[in-house]
Design a protein around this ligand. Structure first.
Ligand code: ATP
Length: 674
């Protein structure tokens, strides 16, 4: 900046040179000059200058800035909404949702209300931030209010969509892909349909359809707000502004429609099943025809022991005339996945204080049966009642009557043992106010101590070992003493000491006149806990009885195991022939590395243990002592019965017929065992 002065004819003339790249240089210099001149006249005077920017005009705000705002808000909100999917997805994925025994309306409405409250907080924060940070020349407070309300309603319409996706897809990446696709359509479509007021009017019909996508609706709404903003601030404001109300109508419509569809159709197991069946019906009909033309299926080749028929008759009678003594009645329950029948008309009833066991090889249909009893899987046929409440008629009442420990760990990893138990206790209707056995606090304390979980009381589930999680799952099933407890492989992955301890807890629970239905691959667990058990194959019960009766019916009660000094064919033959002469129903079951396993049938002839001891002592110790190194005598275990059953169920029908003619199997009961 430079100022120089020269005068002509007594009039001072001052020339000022200033740098043009600074907006205020000229003004500053004039001010400086005025000040200097004033000081010449009156040295104590001064001129003070203040810079006050003048409010900018609409022409200063570039439309691109408004565009940016639309993109940032809509994309930002889209990612914010991801937060709301995480809990429903996780609860569905880990099965915790299935444990929450309440009506689907209560569950989803309460989830919705909670999420809406979070949305309110988010919107208030957005409003405050925008008011504070937004340049004053941008939106007015009333415009900001509409924007924030639009964001809120956008969130409300998005929530039911998220719930539907979370409950119908198994992978979060699949859900993200669908949502991103929706975002892309919603981001591109407004560029064509909502670019300006004319374009909005031109594409009214398309917009009407696209507005059902929440992202498009929000994007479109923000563009309308911008159009109105520009129109309002023109030197001659336009009288015709675009309406912002349609957004709210669409948002509400989407919210109500999707929520209703989700809770009434998608979450309604039986309705969904009917839709599913309608789609698959044709294929199934074809399969059924094929089956009938090829004769009986493999499952019908196995005959069923009479006790299953007796149980069926008992269940039929109970269905007509139920008693308090039998809280659980399962009658002719069927389940099919697409073309495959996995549970084929099974019936049983479990009494108070009884532990009923379900055994079967992998894929026999045990878990499907459990899931149906636990009301997580719709029945294709038959009915289930607990305490006389039919699963189809009053699902909420039905759900309140049982505790379920599924095969997997259905736990929210961020919860502690205390929180999990507290939550389940509340769901079982225990009181938070009263004291004593029916209070939540007492029950939580009791189960924490009983399951040795006190040290994990405040530790999040994510830090637990597999066994500790199973213990917590079992406690969650039993807390609040429901009438029935369903235990699906409760001790898988539990160490032997904890396993025995868990058995004691289950027995105690059973002792309180509670019914337990158990499935396990551990035979000793079934022997220890079950009063009666059923062996399942191909979705059917192949036998159902007490363990003692099953052992008796299996035809083998005595197991003789021996170790030979030298394993030769001749030695094996000598021993087998000697023993066969003594025991009629003897069968060599296994010959491996010099160890022979014989099963002695006691079906035909009653064999007394004293006689068995005498014969083995006489023959194996005295006469054949030179070839037999050692031997042991045991009662047949459940595992032996199960293995025999499994072997039989895999035998082709032709060989089964011949085996029925074998000397060991000729007893009708024994042959009918499988
Ligand atoms: N969602 C499903 N869709 C299609 N088939 C299924 C589904 N769930 C189970 N199945 C099939 O149903 C049959 C019975 O399965 P289920 O899980 O009930 O058997 P399981 O006896 O519990 O077996 P495991 O002892 O291994 O748990 C299996 O053949 C399985 O492949």
């Amino acid at each position: 900046m430079y100022g120089g002065g020269r005068g002509t004819g007594g009039t001072p003339q001052i020339e000022i040179f200033y740098a043009g790249n600074r907006y205020h240089s000229s003004v500053e210099l004039i001010n400086f000059l005025d000040s200097s001149m004033l000081k010449m006249v009156s040295p104590e005077s001064d001129i003070e200058t203040t810079y006050v920017p003048i409010r900018r005009f609409i022409s200063d705000i570039s439309p691109t800035r408004l565009e940016y705002y639309v993109v940032i808000v809509s994309v930002g909100m889209f990612f914010c909404m991801f937060y709301f999917i995480s809990l429903p997805f996780r609860e569905h994925d880990n099965g915790f949702r299935q444990l929450q025994t309440m009506s689907r309306y209560t569950f989803w409405l309460s989830t919705f209300v909670f999420d809406v409250l979070l949305l309110v907080l988010l919107c208030v924060a957005l409003f405050v931030l925008q008011n504070w940070l937004m340049p004053s020349e941008l939106y007015s407070t009333s415009e900001l209010r509409i924007i924030v309300m639009s964001i809120f309603f956008y969130g409300c319409s998005y929530l039911p969509i998220l719930y539907s996706l979370a409950n119908n897809f198994k992978s979060i990446s699949t859900i993200s892909t669908y949502l991103l696709l929706m975002l892309i359509v919603s981001a591109i479509a407004p560029l064509i349909t909502s670019n300006n007021a004319q374009s909005i009017k031109l594409h009214e019909t398309k917009i009407a359809f696209l507005c059902f996508l929440p992202d498009f609706n929000l994007n479109h709404q923000l563009r309308i707000i911008n159009e109105n903003f520009i129109a309002n601030r023109r030197s001659v404001p336009t009288a015709h502004l675009l309406s912002t109300d349609t957004f709210f109508v669409y948002a509400m419509a989407v919210c109500v429609l999707v929520f209703s569809f989700f809770t009434i159709v998608l979450e309604h197991k039986y309705l969904r099943q009917r839709v599913h069946d309608a789609i698959w019906m044709n294929r199934c009909l074809v399969t059924l025809k094929k089956n009938s033309s090829t004769g009986t299926s493999s499952s019908t080749q196995l005959t069923v022991v009479d006790d299953c028929a007796n149980e069926e008759r008992r269940v039929e009678a109970l269905m007509v005339d139920p008693t308090q003594e039998c809280p659980l009645i399962v009658s002719k329950v069927r389940k099919r996945y697409h073309k495959k029948v996995v549970v084929d008309g099974i019936s049983f009833a479990a009494s108070r204080g009884e532990c009923f066991g379900l055994l079967g090889i992998n894929g026999a249909g045990k878990t499907s049966t459990f899931e149906m009893i636990a009301a997580n899987l719709p029945l294709d046929g038959g009915s289930i009642r607990i305490d006389g409440i039919d699963i189809r008629k009053d699902e909420v009442g039905y759900r309140h009557r049982f505790g379920y420990c599924p095969q997997y760990d259905a736990l929210n990893k961020f919860m502690t043992a205390e929180q999990c138990l507290h939550y389940m206790a509340l769901l079982r209707g225990l009181s938070t106010t009263s004291e004593g056995p029916s209070s939540v606090t007492e029950n939580v304390k009791y189960w924490l101590e009983k399951m040795h979980l006190t040290k994990y009381q405040q530790v999040q589930v994510r830090h637990y070992s597999g066994g500790t999680k199973r213990k917590l799952m079992a406690a969650m099933a039993m807390i609040g003493a429901p009438t029935l407890v369903l235990l699906d492989e409760p001790t898988t992955g539990v160490d032997p000491i904890s396993r025995r301890f868990l058995w004691e807890c289950i027995k105690d629970f059973q002792g309180q006149e509670r019914t337990v239905v158990l499935t396990s691959h551990s035979m000793d667990e079934c022997e220890e806990l079950c009063n009666r058990l059923a062996i399942m194959a191909n979705g059917k019960f192949k036998c159902l009885n007490t363990i003692c009766a099953l052992k008796r019916l299996s035809g083998f009660t005595i197991k003789l195991k021996m170790k030979l000094d030298t394993e030769t064919e001749q030695n094996v033959d000598t021993i087998t022939n000697t023993l066969k002469a003594q025991f009629e129903g003897l069968e060599l079951r296994e010959n491996h590395a010099g160890t022979l396993t014989y099963f002695v049938s006691t079906q035909e002839n009653l064999v007394y243990w004293s006689r068995v001891f005498r014969i083995t002592e006489d023959h194996l110790t005295d006469r054949l002592g030179h070839i037999v190194a050692d031997y042991s005598l045991n009662e047949c275990t459940l595992e032996d019965i199960f293995l025999k059953f499994d072997k039989k169920s895999k035998t082709p029908p032709s060989s089964q017929t011949s085996s029925r003619n074998s000397p060991v199997q000729h007893n009708p009961d024994a042959s009918d065992f499988v």
